[in-house]
Design a protein around this ligand. Structure first.
Ligand code: FES
Length: 564
């Protein structure tokens, strides 16, 4: 009988036996053209593919899957590709975040229900990576991640463009007439030049990098550009490796330990990762019974230097980052801050994996001794406005606004903001705090990336390009500015954000991690007492399930019944 770390291969339960059901499974599997040898001591490797033409970032993953299959067959396994729902960031309404947990359930149940001994996770676009990791963590059979890699750098005339970061900056120029219709159309054709995920340190680059930091990819896998031949080469190597992982019974729960999550948070801080990483890491950890708290992120942020000079916090793009040494070079630089002895999918420790890592460009990957910022990218704020916390990416914020007091201008919801933001008579100035409510997990619903409230036209015309913005929404990892996000509890469940009125004074002090509504406690209590919950926006189907079971931002927004 085949061995699997001393256990029978899981797939053999499907194949080996004399019942009619065993016969039928073998016979129907052979309908795919396989001979009987596929049932003999061969680990069955599922290739969980988030390819979709509704997800341009992942549209090359069929080719990546073929490379994985070569590796699986060469190592003596049986490769079977299967699809799940994919989450195309640019297309899905109202937001892919509404469906992250649905994809995680699809991944988990597809693994659980089928004769699979190990799984290769093909991901890329923002939510596809955390969804696959959440599902694989719950299923807990040997798993390895192969991200699709970042797209080529955008190139418009003599200017390099990085996805949403430069897209938003150019859009502000277009809104104010500094970029013409013709130029805007030209930009549309060259900002996203290939398959692959966004080419800045947005959520996709962050989450694929953190998959590597967790120990779930082969070394150096995360950042190889999508069209680079090395992407297929490492996919093939990952296919070979997963077959051995099955034989070693190397499951996600043995790799993604609490210390591995501490490594991932440390790396997130060093690369200036997306604020979305906070929500996703908490959710992935929750599938393994590991409780990450927001204070864990802040404690690690305070001791971790930010050293990856990549947009939106820095200057360069993911292609530059890869050529400069990529994630292994960053991790080697901060190795004293990491748990170096942890086991990874390579079968070796993180420290061993990083032995050959080199930083080739110090303008892109700085030393820990000469960082771009002495602390990490993301900070956690608390105060009477966010009793359960809020996040801010300090490395993508304006230094002058990190300590700020200003009067709020309140949008009750996203729709009001969209109607008003370009009003020529909007009563705002450089000290105004723009505050938007009802954009959280239940309020929007789905926790969309609406938190990067566009700069009011009236301010752009005065060359003011940043003000403090606060909401219970998330923000695209490609965005920038002094933007406070994930305020918890959210307005729609009675959080204090909901009682702020235009004209109230708000205090932000990043150094002391404070976010305060500067009115008397009694007044806050009196306003909170008048709260009435909004009518649910979904009364049936998946939307209802989401509303009834999604947790708040500080708990990862997983469904309560999916956490371990
Ligand atoms: Fe897919 Fe940016 S749209 S990663």
């Amino acid at each position: 009988m085949p061995e699997n770390g001393g256990k029978k291969l899981r797939s053999q339960e499907w194949w080996i036996g004399s019942s009619y059901e065993h016969f039928a499974r073998r016979a129907w599997f052979r309908a795919e053209g396989f001979g009987p040898e596929v049932f003999q001591n061969k680990p069955v490797i599922g290739i969980c593919n988030s390819w979709s033409e509704l997800n341009n970032c992942n549209m090359h993953l069929r080719m990546v899957a073929e490379a994985v299959k070569r590796g699986v067959w060469a190592a003596g396994g049986v490769a079977l590709e299967f699809p799940t729902i994919s989450l195309g960031e640019m297309f899905m309404r109202p937001t892919t975040m509404l469906y992250r947990n649905l994809m995680a359930m699809d991944v988990e149940e597809s693994i659980r229900a089928n004769p699979i001994d190990g799984v290769v996770l093909l991901c890329g676009c923002d939510k596809t990576t955390p969804a696959q990791l959440m599902g694989a963590a719950s299923a807990d059979i040997p798993a390895i991640v192969v991200p699709g890699g970042p797209m080529l750098s955008g190139q418009w005339r003599d200017r390099r463009l990085g996805s949403g970061t430069d897209g938003r900056k150019l859009f502000d120029l277009f809104r104010t007439g500094q970029v013409t219709e013709e130029e805007w159309s030209e930009i549309e054709g060259c900002i996203s030049r290939s398959a692959g995920h966004c080419t800045v340190m947005g959520t996709a680059s962050t989450m694929t990098s953190l998959a590597e930091a967790l120990g779930m990819t082969l070394t150096g896998c995360a950042n190889i550009p999508a069209p680079d031949s090395r992407r297929l080469s490492i996919a093939e190597a990952s296919g070979r490796r997963i077959v051995d992982m099955v034989r070693e019974d190397l499951r996600p729960s043995r790799i993604m330990t609490r210390e591995a999550f501490e490594n991932a948070i440390t790396v997130d801080m060093a690369i200036g990762g997306s604020t979305n990483a906070v929500v996703h890491l908490i959710a992935i950890a929750g599938r393994l019974g590991i409780r990450l708290a927001l204070k864990d992120f802040d404690a690690i942020s305070r001791r971790t230097p930010y050293i990856a000079n990549v947009k939106p916090s820095g200057e360069f793009l993911m292609e530059d980052f890869f050529y400069a040494g990529g994630l292994p070079a960053v991790m080697k630089e901060i190795l004293p801050l990491l748990h170096g002895d942890l086991l990874t999918v390579t079968g070796k420790s993180m420290r061993e994996n990083l032995e050959q890592a080199v930083a080739h460009r110090r303008d892109v990957i700085r030393t820990a001794a000469e960082p771009l910022n002495p602390q990490g990218g993301t900070v956690i704020l608390y105060g009477n406005l966010a009793p359960d916390g809020a996040v801010l990416k300090q490395t993508a914020a304006s230094r002058r606004l990190l300590e700020h007091r200003g009067r709020a201008y309140v949008f009750e919801n996203y729709q009001q903001m969209r109607v008003e933001i370009d009003r020529e008579d909007l009563p705002v100035d450089e000290n105004t705090v723009l505050l938007m409510k009802n954009c959280g997990p239940k309020g929007a619903p789905g926790f969309p990336e609406w938190g990067h409230i566009p700069m009011p036209k009236v301010l752009l015309k005065r060359n003011i390009d940043d003000v403090v913005r606060i909401s219970d929404a998330r923000m695209s990892g490609t965005s920038f500015g002094t933007v406070v996000l994930h305020v918890a509890p959210e307005a729609a469940i009675g959080g204090p954000l909901g009682v702020v009125r235009t004209g109230d004074e708000i205090k932000l002090d990043v150094a002391s991690r404070q976010l305060e509504l500067c009115i008397a406690d009694d007044e806050i209590k009196a306003r909170l007492a008048q709260f009435t919950p909004p009518a649910p926006q979904y009364t049936r189907g998946y939307g209802r399930l989401f509303l009834e079971h999604v947790t708040q931002a500080n708990l990862g927004c997983d469904f309560d019944f999916l956490m371990k």
